[in-house]
Ligand binder design. Structure first.
Ligand code: SF4
Length: 177
């Protein structure tokens, strides 16, 4: 099992995102470009969720996690999250965990599923072989197109946040330990 220390990069990023959010979050949410980008992102997330329910992905993933200890939310994947996406999650009301709930898995997964709202490319785009088989080629293609729109909206929201931070001289950079 990987050793978890509060010095790991992801924990530094979470702390930095929380610092910025505590200090500037309310103000940022009042910036029209950020508010509009977040609204659009939420709308696209909703469309993804509807498609996942309709195509049986939610049921399939839940079954896999509960009955077969699914492994796609594996330990270490949380390192792929940068400070700006973590900050975006905070702006959307996520309480980002700093302690692992499920041993041997991603820091962000709980017994009820992923605790994040905004997720990065791999988390959204990965369709395991079993899902691909149950979806079939055509539905997988449709789902990936819907996911692609969510990713695009997330990227635009992240850019709106980064532009605001840059304009205010706030760095999201964290030092690698
Ligand atoms: S979907 Fe959420 S819990 Fe699963 S790997 Fe991605 S961030 Fe972690």
């Amino acid at each position: 099992m990987a050793v978890e220390t509060s010095d790991c990069l992801v924990f530094q990023r979470i702390r930095r995102a929380k610092e910025i959010h505590d200090e500037h979050g309310t103000h940022m949410l009042g910036v029209p470009a950020i508010a509009m980008a977040l609204d659009r992102y939420r709308e696209l997330m909703g469309q993804t969720q509807l498609a996942m329910v309709r195509f049986g992905v939610v049921a399939g993933c839940t079954r896999c996690a509960q009955e077969e200890q699914g492994s796609c939310c594996f330990e270490g994947i949380e390192d792929g999250y940068n400070t700006s996406l973590l900050l975006l999650n905070q702006l959307m009301g996520c309480d980002i965990p700093e302690e692992k709930e499920v041993p041997g898995s991603c820091l962000f997964v709980g017994h009820e599923g992923c605790k994040l709202k905004g997720r990065f490319y791999f988390c959204l785009h990965y369709l395991c072989p079993r899902l691909q088989e149950s979806l079939g080629g055509e539905r997988a293609k449709v789902l990936l197109q819907i996911l692609g729109k969510e990713l695009q909206a997330g990227w635009e929201a992240e850019m709106a946040v980064l532009r605001w931070l840059r304009a205010h001289g706030i760095s999201v950079h964290v030092q690698q330990p």
